[in-house]
Ligand binder design. Structure first.
Ligand code: AMP
Length: 130
């Protein structure tokens, strides 16, 4: 059965899309730990990040770098933090989270955004993706 993220890539489940390349896709995390929390995934469904073949792993990390540059422009932050968990969704993904301080990378803490805020944020990130 396809993962929830494969369904997002296929357009079967809605998301707040941020960016896309031939092999990778980025969208807002639906339960963000900070405003600007983005997930970067390979379109190909592979559970564990470090099981990706070298080429796709390279494409995903380069894609995540470009997405992080967009987050840095749009979201007030010192740096964009990177995390890999993968304990909930068995489809490799890189979490990108704007950070002002160390405590901002806390997966037990969540921020609430309205539908409009999600939409506007995704549009701004998409517009700044280079
Ligand atoms: P983990 O697999 O532990 O890295 O966590 C999966 C992440 O995916 C969590 O931060 C969820 O909030 C996020 N997530 C799960 N379903 C969706 C969805 N449909 N759209 C956006 N983010 C999601």
């Amino acid at each position: 059965m396809a993962s929830i993220f494969s369904k997002i890539v296929a357009g079967e489940i809605p998301c707040y899309k941020v960016a896309e390349t031939e092999s990778c896709f980025a969208f807002l995390d639906i339960n963000p730990v900070q405003k600007g929390h983005v997930l970067c995934i390979p379109k190909k469904e592979v559970d564990y990040l470090f099981d990706l073949d070298e080429q796709l792993y390279g494409e995903l990390t380069q894609f995540a770098r470009r997405v992080a540059q967009s987050i840095k422009k749009v979201c007030p932050c010192q740096k964009v933090g990177v995390a890999v968990l993968g304990l909930e969704v068995p489809h490799a993904h890189i979490h990108l989270i704007p950070l002002q301080n160390e405590g901002d990378m806390n997966f037990h803490n969540h921020v609430k955004l309205t539908e409009e805020e999600f939409k506007q944020l995704a549009a701004e990130l998409a517009a700044n993706f280079e």
